[in-house]
Write a new protein. Structure first.
Length: 92
């Protein structure tokens, strides 16, 4: 939980509550770490995976519609800016 909380930049109790809600909804499962009893491993369930994929498909469809409404020059500009935006997104 600590690693996941740090990755998401939230406090561990917040992540514990979030994972609890996701587990209650059937979206994730947790199991003890094989060699470290202090750690818990979190995994998506089939229901959780289906939800993530459906959300991704919905977002992809939205983006495709938005891009279709742009001019060729606007799409070229976005193509040029994409590496810079990717680099900015990776900075901490």
């Amino acid at each position: 939980m600590g690693e996941l909380a740090a990755f998401e930049r939230v406090q561990p109790p917040t992540m514990t509550r979030t994972i609890g809600c996701l587990e209650d909804g059937g979206y994730v499962s947790r199991r003890p770490h094989e060699s470290d009893g202090r750690q818990v491993l979190i995994a998506l369930t089939d229901v959780g995976r289906a939800m993530v994929l459906a959300d991704r498909d919905r977002r992809d469809a939205w983006l495709a519609r938005q891009l279709a409404g742009l001019t060729s020059d606007e799409r070229d500009l976005l193509r040029e800016a994409a590496p810079l935006l990717d680099r900015l997104a990776r900075c901490d």
